[in-house]
Write a protein that binds this ligand. Structure first.
Ligand SMILES: [Ca+2]
Ligand SMILES: [Ca+2]
Ligand SMILES: [Zn+2]
Length: 356
């Protein structure tokens, strides 16, 4: 059976009040809590692992604070060190590496508006920002990206399905029509077009809508696949537009959607494994302590008043609080980003995602 996917405490249901007065008064607006209907009772197909809903903050306050953060906490493998393309490419250009790698795509529906995000540095800055952050968290280890002659290889794809077809038309557990399966339809279309390679996962910036989420992901072994996606024009029911927090503007400071595509990509690696000590809700953590919502893989627990994902924190998010759920932990049976074949440099004894 399908259960409600959005939990919305009455006081939190209204959308953001656009009045300047309220914006000035409130440091952080209330947010709604989303849950993922990721139970096996949902039928033959699982909904995507997804990304937490967007919280709202007073950008005049926090944006300034974040701008001052600046300094690196580790070796910078992203930031301005990654070259951006300025010419559109619909083919996968020759790869700099034959190893497992993450390929970045700008995907539009048949009728989606082309904003040129693949060539105006916006997607590239987003990749630079999460790479910069990841490198700082790991001491210089990042995801191996599809690059061509040192330049980020961003592919452009216009699908044959319309935005409405990709958005879906029902709450059924159906890859064909379900609102929860935007990513699945995108992956299916990319597969049909022969665009998916065996040694790659795909980070899709989709310029279309969703009324369910701001992103989605495969989550092997429960949900096999190789695509993570953010829905740039999405607006979950009762929530905020996914682009409310500007993204892709800084090569070093990730915002909500920049973190989201990385969050969803880790799902593609089978992270967070269900046996992890703080796992809940198909691939997420609530790791107790002072700031559990600063974890990259955080999600509010269903049925609680847990805080929203703290992508607005001036100090940024953190990778696996306590190092016990998905990064450099000691449980060999649990997916570990530190051992992934997608990590650069390649770890000793690197392993593929579950079921790959
Ligand atoms: Ca390539
Ligand atoms: Ca942890
Ligand atoms: Zn998620």
């Amino acid at each position: 059976m399908i259960r409600a996917v959005i939990e919305c405490p009455p006081a939190h249901c209204a959308g953001p009040d656009r009045s300047a007065k309220l914006w000035a008064m409130l440091r952080i607006l209330p947010v709604l809590l989303a849950t993922l209907a990721a139970c096996s009772g949902d039928g033959p197909v699982l909904p995507d692992a997804g990304v937490p809903d967007l919280g709202q903050a007073d950008r005049a306050l926090l944006g300034e604070a974040r701008g001052e953060r600046g300094g690196d906490r580790g070796t910078d493998r992203g930031g301005a060190g990654l070259t951006c393309p300025n010419v559109r490419e619909t083919v996968d250009r020759a790869d700099d590496s034959e190893l497992f790698q993450a390929r970045v795509l700008y995907v539009l529906s048949s009728d989606g508006t082309d904003e040129g995000l693949d060539t105006n540095n916006k997607i590239c800055n987003s990749v630079r920002a999460f790479t910069h952050w990841l490198g700082a968290q790991t001491g210089g280890r990042v995801l191996r990206l599809d690059t061509h002659a040192g330049e980020l290889d961003v592919g452009f794809v216009r699908l044959g399905l319309s935005n409405a077809e990709l958005e879906g038309s029902s709450w059924a557990a159906s890859i064909d029509t379900g609102y929860k399966y935007v990513r699945d339809r995108i992956e299916r279309e990319l597969h049909k077009a022969g665009l998916l390679k065996q040694n790659k996962l795909y980070m899709v910036y989709y310029g279309g809508t969703s009324i369910y989420a701001c992103g989605g992901a495969a989550y092997p072994p429960a949900l096999v696949g190789r695509v993570a996606a953010v829905y740039l024009k999405g607006q979950p029911q009762g929530g905020y537009p996914c682009e409310s927090d500007p993204w892709g503007g800084s090569p070093t400071i990730p915002h909500y959607l920049d973190y989201s595509i990385l969050h969803d990509t880790l799902h593609v690696l089978g992270i967070v494994g269900v046996a992890a000590p703080h796992h809940h809700s198909s691939g997420h953590v609530f790791d107790g302590g002072a700031q559990p919502n600063r974890d990259l893989m955080y999600q509010p627990r269903p049925g609680t008043n847990d805080s929203p994902w703290d992508t607005y924190n001036p100090q940024g998010l953190l990778l696996d609080l306590g190092g016990d759920d998905y990064f450099e932990h000691s449980n060999a049976a649990l997916p570990d980003l530190a051992k992934s074949v997608f990590l650069d440099p390649l770890p000793a004894g690197a392993v593929k995602p579950p079921s790959w």
